[in-house]
Design a protein around this ligand. Sequence first.
Ligand SMILES: Nc1ncnc2c1ncn2[C@@H]1O[C@H](COP(=O)(O)OP(=O)(O)OP(=O)(O)O)[C@@H](O)[C@H]1O
Ligand SMILES: [Mg+2]
Length: 318
Amino acid sequence: MFLKFSVDSALLRELGEKLVETVHIALIELVKNCYDADATEVEISFSTDNNGRTTIRIVDNGTGMSFAAIQNYWMRIATTNKEDRDVSSVFGRPLTGAKGIGRFSCRRLGEKLMLITNGTKAGKLIGEQKNIEQTEVEFPWTEFEPGSDVTTIKCKGNQVILASGTTGTTLEITEIAEEWTTRGLNWLKRQLAVLAANKGTLRPGFIEDPGFNVRLTAPDFEGGVRDIREDLMNAGWGTLTAYINNKHQAVCELHALGLGRRTITSKIAYPALNDISLRLAIMVDERQYMRDTSVLSLGTLQKILPEWGGGSSQISII
Ligand SMILES: Nc1ncnc2c1ncn2[C@@H]1O[C@H](COP(=O)(O)OP(=O)(O)OP(=O)(O)O)[C@@H](O)[C@H]1O
Ligand SMILES: [Mg+2]
């Protein structure tokens, strides 16, 4: 005689609602997945219709998922596909996830999820591609009632093959949990800034990573549309910009806490230099030297600097 385990739907509630303490942590989990899928852009938007119903949309331009990837990874609880490798397939980014449960946190955000994903069979391609597998699946979380077996709940899906299209994944979450606060949103911004600190890099053996841009549109909250990288660049002690002007002189502009804006223009001209510029964010790891603590904190700065910073122990440049 042999005995087999079955899985009660209550497990999804445990994973989605109990493991993730707040809606903000839940949202970060989903954005980490976009990072791991080699997205270069992710847009998070909150929109409310005339009837007061809010939708959260997370749109990324990463690898997306093929139909097989949905079945093997997305529809499989505790999938270990990221455990076999430490880095992402296109840019070689250090992966942020491994446990195969993060996506269930979207259940914390709202009662319904619509997944729309465009992926290639090979899975390791991004951007405009031929033969895109486009899959849509709807997850009615409330139907996963305790007492039922997870494997018996049907999620309505649809699949088409597009002659060509752009890879990426969109998550649309509706019937939203009303737990969003300005304080929580600022926490979210700081966590997103850790991911958006990736301004691009080349890792040996991989395609050059153009960086990870995060846009957050939350009209009801302070700030409206935010470009998280831009906010991060302006959050530290100062920002230094240098470029060559139309007289071929080097111009250096410092915008810093307590100093305002200072500009130095070189007396010498550099006729051979054209179309060249740089922009640095100068970060000091003391709270009093931060211009915007809604985007930057000591804790997040310490996460950003080892990978993206350079400079001395107290003053860093990203
Ligand atoms: N935005 C996305 N784009 C492409 N694939 C995705 C995306 N989100 C999730 N996936 C796929 O679904 C799988 C499950 O995601 P999930 O977040 O649950 O687990 P994980 O990222 O592997 O580990 P962790 O639980 O530590 O986050 C991923 O391994 C990945 O294959
Ligand atoms: Mg994950």
